[in-house]
Design a protein around this ligand. Structure first.
Ligand code: FES
Length: 115
């Protein structure tokens, strides 16, 4: 189980449980299940509307996450990551703070999702 806290200046923070490692539990799916108003459109990693910032909730080291091919393209187009950033993330196996909610699968760690 992972605890996912959704945060937006216009709404109260909401923390929900998520089943980690299911391979289908995206941040967007969890948000929709809990009626958290994360924006979205295509739900397929192409439009960039579901951009979120993801950080650890405590000082624990974050798990490595690989950006999907679609995320790399969209996050570069949005100016959130450069190719150098992406290369560094891959080499160091560290997670990107910028993610697409429809592409990111929850793993077994507690995270803060700003939307
Ligand atoms: S909803 Fe379009 S990229 Fe996620």
């Amino acid at each position: 189980m992972a605890l996912v806290t959704f945060s937006n200046p216009e709404y109260k923070d909401k923390t929900v449980y998520a089943v980690a490692g299911s391979h289908t539990e995206t941040i967007l799916k969890i948000a929709k299940e809990h009626k958290i108003p994360v924006q979205f459109d295509c739900q397929d990693g192409e439009c960039g509307h579901c951009l979120v910032r993801v950080t650890g909730i405590d000082d624990k080291e974050r798990m490595g996450y690989h950006l999907t091919e679609k995320e790399r393209t969209v996050l570069k187009d949005l100016g959130k990551l450069t190719q150098d950033d992406i290369d560094r993330l891959m080499v160091e196996d560290v997670p990107s703070e910028w993610r697409l909610a429809c592409q990111m699968i929850v793993r077994d760690e507690d995270i803060l999702v700003e939307y």
